[in-house]
Design a protein around this ligand. Sequence first.
Ligand code: GDG
Length: 467
Amino acid sequence: MSRLIVISNRVNPPLEQGGGAVGGLAMALAAALREYSGVWFGWSGQTTDHYTGQIAIQRVGGVTVATVDLDEQDRLEYYNGYANKTLWPLFHYRIDLTAYERSFDAGYARVNRRFAETVRPLIEPDDFVWVHDYHLIPLANELRKLGLRNRIGFFLHIPWPARRLLTTLPKHRELVEALFAYDLVGFQTEDSLTAFEDYVIKEGGGTVGPTRVAKAFGKTTQLGAFPIGLDADHFAKAAESPEGQRQLARMKESLAGRQMIVGVDRLDYSKGLEERFLAYEQFLADNPDQREKVFLLQIATPSRDEVEAYQDIRGRLDAVAGRINGEFASVDWVPIRYVNRTYRRDELAGIYRAARIGLVTPLRDGMNLVAKEYVAAQDPDDPGVLILSKFAGAAAQLSEALIVNPFGREDVSEAIRKGLAMTREERLARWRPLMDNVTTQDVTAWRDGFVAALRATGAPSEQQVAG
Ligand code: GDG
């Protein structure tokens, strides 16, 4: 059987049960790599003075993991730079935070070239190559330049932005053209896929056929939407595990008869945390009878803290949480418990289960796995209520959630009120189809769907190989 070569920016070796890595991508890939033999290649997260291209190979949990160190300039220009100061904000509709710097462009191109040269010798003729995320869009093009003829697929974990937004990027055309070196380009949602097609047709002068084969720049690629899922059974079991139950008991004790609303996010401006705090403040102002009967537990794990926009949002959240607590707290009640640390996955499952409401209100999100985790962790006899942003990719699948506009404080405040008052019957009626969706459209379905679609593509055309 052909092997699978997975390439992503960072490599998080498959985790032991209950392990504590942060990042939806890491969890999903760990599950994928348990199934196929192959290699997972990416940056170690370490830097050296000069790039050597020396690969460190480890065998972890049945998966061969190959990592390489980058140099300091790579970290600044490629990772902190083009990936996290240019593409991430732009693709999350934050043009105000998007930095366009020539050195970032150069760093992005350099690291993609280096990755291609370094991983090339690990790839055998029959292997399928699966490249992940916005850090590595030009990788297939670089691999093709080195003569690689294997089938190569790309999956974008974040949203694809609207055409008008993308065209603000100085080298938008090159970026999109680079995607045509892949045999398959996958998106989280139909929405992202349609936005890409719109670009191909209107900016790229190309076409998209009924089977979603796109033609532009003299090349052809297959497109598809593959909504990412959860290791759902595993996660549901984590809520029942000793650690999950211990955490649940601990939370229940600390509730002291109050209801809990929970939010769990990487500390990122795309997650809408400040807007969430303000909406919750609105709820407290609108519903004085609910004060002291409820609290919000917000777990926000620090992320990308070398990037200024992340330091800013962290400072703002500290201030807003402090202000709201100062305004509403009483001697034995704090309205927001704001925690900047990481929990084990099984502990998280217990925390989700203890919460009457899962509050997931990103301003933009490719998918959002927290929404699915909240659903999977619920008690089947007495489930909680999911409040979900219409701008999370997950909203397309989880339509029985209370869907809100995260920019509208009144809207979110009203959903909180409704969620807290919801009868067990209605909670069950909403949760059952949500749980069905989360368990059937799980990470295995995602992975198998993508790999099957990649296998079904024809061999790369000569044009693609010529790059
Ligand atoms: C990108 C896209 C897409 C958080 N705190 C802790 C912890 N987490 C875990 C959550 C969840 C993951 O991090 C976050 O996943 P998301 O999907 O919400 O978001 P991103 O990290 O932005 O991921 C996103 C995803 O890729 C997959 O394609 O859904 O749209 O932006 O799994 O549980 N995990 C642990 N402790 C914590 O304290 N163990």
